[in-house]
Design a protein around this ligand. Structure first.
Ligand SMILES: Cc1cc2nc3c(=O)[nH]c(=O)nc-3n(C[C@H](O)[C@H](O)[C@H](O)COP(=O)(O)OP(=O)(O)OC[C@H]3O[C@@H](n4cnc5c(N)ncnc54)[C@H](O)[C@@H]3O)c2cc1C
Length: 442
């Protein structure tokens, strides 16, 4: 029986382990913390559970006036939900007879890993150890929170919150804190927030944050943070006090505990280097997810794991795949493929179309305001990219991904019937209007 050893039980490690066990492989999974990894324990799921509650509160306030909330109860629900999902994952793993070790894995050679003073060998090893918060100190004495502390510490009363870093994590935490009733500021050192997000979405999101009273300050250089009664932060010569400061300065690969050099695995500052089949320089060692990929998303990690297992079991080459992305703000920003900026930069011809949702019945029912779907199409109407700014935009992405993956002209989206009233009707309206424009311009 083929033996595989998987290190790390996040979305990548668990997806790989379940697939290996289904193939009848003798599967061992090592996890130093809890099953589910960053995604389930301190990432996607806790943030989205809290955001869901915060958005409900926001909508209720907008319709029915001020409502007070005990933040601790929101955290209790979040913890319960995480506990249930962890237990259900553990059950699946147990049912597939996967051997699990709870402890930190360290390579002793390229076929052997040590965990809890025990040596384990395997024919094939998959590294899926994920990532951790990038932490550093500013001049001063302050010890700052990261998203890990923010996601397990409910606050009492309205606080002045500073988020350092305007990436996706900082932006989502800002939405949570604001909707729960705190006063929120974001300091970003670059000239814009969300550097890898299409510009139209960033503009819409920034405008809505401004309207809400979330302060976004860009091109910030922080020179000191002193913590006594408050956090006193000095940036660009100005001093300001905050009650809580969360450092959201990106994430680094979590590989330092592995002793990669002992196995001769090549890495760049901890990021494991892999080929198109996710194989490291050591032929029987593979690496997937945040440990080896700069795009840090749970669905990317698990897809890579599934591709690697197919490669190992069936010998198939790992194919590149489209990556849908979303920010889970009250009005979600979601995107796929190439933005207009990228298309221009790469000299790719495209046609851009936008469908505002203002006149749509469901949008009015939801009280959504200025929302839209925009698409970039090639000459045959095939999708090159899409941006969506509307409630639950992330739920619509698979439709666009399907069309794009299969090269189906976007205009064919007007051939189907959309349930009424739904936001999805905007997709059909956009497709129909493009068809009409093209037809009348012939
Ligand atoms: C606040 C936050 C919100 C996020 N929201 C989203 C979102 O909405 N959608 C999305 O797609 N992504 C989101 N992400 C990113 C997502 O969580 C990661 O991309 C994903 O978890 C990566 O999966 P992974 O399996 O590669 O690693 P991880 O999930 O990080 O799992 C790796 C596991 O390996 C373990 N490990 C590390 N070293 C060792 C060792 N030496 N021995 C044994 N075990 C070890 C760790 O304890 C961990 O459990 C979010 C991240 C954060 C921090």
């Amino acid at each position: 029986m083929t033996k595989i050893l998987i290190i790390g039980a996040g979305p990548a490690g668990t997806a790989a382990a379940l697939k290996a066990a289904d193939a009848g492989w003798e599967t061992t999974l090592i996890e130093k913390d809890k099953l589910g990894g960053t995604c389930l324990q301190r990432g996607c799921i806790p943030t989205k559970a809290l955001l869901e509650e915060a958005h409900t509160l926001r909508n209720a306030r907008a319709k029915f006036g001020e409502i007070s909330v005990d933040e601790a109860s929101l955290f209790e629900r979040k913890d319960k939900l995480v506990g249930e999902l962890t237990a259900s994952l553990a059950q699946q793993i147990q049912a597939k007879k996967i051997t699990v070790f709870i402890g930190e894995a360290t390579f002793t050679d390229d076929h052997t890993v040590e965990v809890n003073d025990q040596s384990i060998t395997a024919d094939t090893i998959l590294i899926a150890t994920g990532s951790q918060n990038r932490v550093f100190d500013f001049p001063g004495n302050a010890k700052l929170w990261t998203s890990d502390e923010a996601l397990c510490t409910p606050l009492r009363g309205s606080k002045r919150i500073l988020l350092i870093g305007g990436g996706v994590i900082g932006i989502e935490l800002a939405a949570y804190y604001h909707d729960i009733g705190h006063n929120v500021t974001i300091f970003e050192k670059e000239s814009r927030i969300l550097p890898n997000v299409p510009k139209d979405l960033v503009q819409s999101l920034s405008m809505d944050y401004k309207k809400d009273g979330i302060r976004i300050v860009t091109s910030v250089t922080i020179t000191s943070i002193v913590h006594d009664e408050h956090y006193t932060v000095v940036q660009n010569g100005q001093s300001e006090d905050f009650d809580v400061v969360v450092l959201c300065a990106g994430r680094i690969p979590s590989t330092s505990s592995l002793n990669l050099d002992q196995a001769g695995i090549v890495h760049e500052k901890g990021l494991i280097l892999v080929d198109a089949d996710y194989r490291t320089n050591i032929p029987h060692i593979y690496a997937v997810g945040d440990a080896s990929c700069r795009i840090q998303l749970a669905h990317v990690a698990s897809r890579q794991a599934i591709l690697v297992m197919d490669h190992l079991i069936k010998g198939s080459a790992c194919q590149p795949f489209l990556i849908p992305s979303a920010i889970y703000t009250p009005i979600q920003a979601a995107w796929l493929g190439k933005s207009e900026d990228e298309l221009k930069l790469q000299g790719i011809a495209y046609h851009a179309y936008r469908q505002p949702l203002g006149a749509l019945a469901k949008s009015k029912i939801k009280g959504d305001g200025r929302r839209y779907i925009s698409v970039n199409l090639d000459d045959q109407d095939r999708l090159l990219g899409a941006s969506l700014y509307l409630s639950d935009a992330s739920e619509f992405l698979p439709f666009f991904t399907f069309l794009m993956e299969h090269g189906i002209p976007f205009t064919q989206a007007s051939d189907i019937v959309y349930p009424h009233p739904t936001l999805s009707e905007a997709i059909g309206e956009l497709a129909a209007s493009i068809r009409l424009k093209k037809h009348t311009s012939l």
